[in-house]
Design a protein around this ligand. Sequence first.
Ligand code: DGY
Length: 328
Amino acid sequence: MTGKPRVFVDRRIPDEVQQVLEESCELDVWQGEDTIPRDELAARLAHAEGYMTMGRRIDDELLASAPRLKVVSTVSVGYNHFDIEAMKRRGVVGTHTPEVLDETVADLAFLLMLGAARRVAELDAYVRRGEWKRGDGTQLFGVDVHHATLGIIGMGRIGEAVARRAALGFGMKVQYYNRSRRMEAEEKYGAVHTDLDELLATSDFVLLLTPLTPATKGLMGAREFSLMKRSAIFVNASRGATVDEPALVAALRNGTIRAAGLDVFDKEPLPAGHPLTTLPNTLLLPHIGSATTKTRDDMAMLAARNLMAVLRGEAPPHMVPEFKAVTP
Ligand code: DGY
């Protein structure tokens, strides 16, 4: 025994992050290529005081197998995989990694808009199949992003980073739906606060960035898609469960909306043969919003700092807001 707190990390982490953790913790890192099996995870957590993860479901049953646990530090801004009430009952706090990924996720949201508008995946496949035999024809045409109207649902820091690109770089009109007004986005990017139905009815691109909460689960369903313009494109860079997926498939199939760019799905990894994969008007990515080397390294380092701060009895840089009221 070293006297240092025991910490378990369920995936490989950058060397510098490992070194920082090893200075003050007794570290155990899962080296498997695949996700750690549930019973193995429970065994590794039996003596751990800290757990660093990326998206593992933290429920009461798992917590019961980790009686010494004080903190779960997720390497993500989203924390919908935390059962907050169970964690509070068992005296475990949660931390997350906002801010360091804002610009990277905003880049990806923009890529999904551009890629769906200009049919990038579909036309890349067309070239690879050797079907490009003549100059272009109308069958290859897409729609413009520049000077179109963008509606952002969930205007947090990532939304503001997208709004900046849209307004200042692409001359787009930006409108947004959010519980609270974002005065900086209004002043700097001319963003207009609207209600949800108006945003849906008047946007050329509808971008979903809201966190997944009980209030946002299934936020986009058949009614919402039917309110969108038939020429509009839907983009989701939040969480899959914010969308009623069968309703989205129907809207794409029936021409209720033009196309979709999606980085997140109800079930991930997206099962082979899923209806979304059979539609030509979808651009599908494997949940890579924050996945650049630098940003993921920064997220891992921030997660390590969050975790160590809690174990030292200090306020971490980024406690999940729901825990702020219960900690000193
Ligand atoms: C996040 O950090 O929540 C992003 O979705 C990447 O997982």
